[in-house]
Design a protein around this ligand. Structure first.
Ligand code: ADP
Ligand code: MG
Length: 253
């Protein structure tokens, strides 16, 4: 497998605190990777580094072989690298369709397009509607996004993240706040999108049942470092992982 993204020895400090401490990671195309680890392990910070929100204090990053360490977020998106956020990141007052149109138009070089004119862009609207069908929200296109249920808002976020047709897409806790049934549905949708769209997903996820059932590869982070990575069966048996989750053993049962 070719590596889509390679992170080499990345370190990120906040003042004296080392949030990411010498992390190296290769993400091959087509492999659904889950990043797990306790709160504060550095999972979101790693996504921020990979997607350009933060610049590392040390280390390099390569996307499809090109160095991107200092490339700003929007240029990474254009190269095929996108993300969703741990905290809900939708425009509550815009319609569901408009929320999808923002990234669709941005990819067509039309960032900052006036909101009230967006729905006149017929090609972009066709594409946005296709995305709404993919995320199973086709009937909600005219609703203000803020009126959707929490579960549907999470689906919309997924739609916004895949709208730029990324080759690599980071999803930061895409199922947080969802019921177990909704979680399974979102994860199965991610799995399906990963084959149908040929997008490589990297998810941060707390539900171990979901992680072990769906991921091809698991990266365990702890205190800003990668503790271990491997296929689910290996991670499940790993003693160090069990120690990190001490008191949460049932999660790995
Ligand atoms: P995780 O996503 O694994 O829960 P984070 O990456 O959000 O962890 O955070 C890792 C550590 O870095 C935490 O201790 C957090 O408080 C700290 N941190 C994250 N972002 C910032 C920031 N912008 N400024 C200062 N500290 C931060
Ligand atoms: Mg986080």
């Amino acid at each position: 497998m070719t590596d889509l993204l390679r992170i080499e020895d990345a370190t990120k400090r906040f003042g004296d605190f080392v949030a990411i401490n010498g992390v190296s990671l290769a993400l091959p195309a087509g492999r659904l990777t889950a990043i797990i680890g306790p709160n504060g392990a550095g999972k979101t910070t790693l996504i921020n580094l990979a997607t350009g929100a933060f610049v590392p204090d040390r280390g390099e990053m390569y996307f499809k072989g090109d160095e991107i360490t200092h490339l700003p977020v929007h240029q990474r998106v254009r190269k095929g690298l996108s993300r969703s956020f741990q905290v809900m990141n939708i425009f509550a007052h815009l319609s569901v369709l408009q929320n999808i149109l923002v990234p669709v138009l941005a990819m067509r070089g039309r960032a900052g397009f006036p909101f009230h004119e967006m729905t006149r862009e017929t090609e972009a609207v066709t594409e946005a509607r296709r995305i709404l069908r993919e995320i199973r929200l086709p009937d909600a296109e005219n609703l203000p996004a803020g009126t959707l249920s929490h579960g549907d808002q999470r689906l919309l976020e997924l739609g916004i993240a895949i709208a730029p047709a990324p080759e690599l897409c980071f999803l930061d806790e895409p199922s947080s706040g969802l019921t177990p049934v909704e979680r399974t549905m979102v994860m199965e949708l991610i799995r399906r999108l990963s084959t149908e769209r040929r997008t490589t997903f990297v998810i941060v996820e707390h539900d171990m049942d979901v992680v072990f059932a769906l991921a091809d590869w698991i990266v365990v982070m702890n205190r800003g470092q990668v503790l271990i990575e491997g296929p689910p069966a290996e991670i499940r048996e790993n003693h160090a992982v069990r120690e990190v989750y001490l008191g949460e053993e049932e999660l790995l049962a």
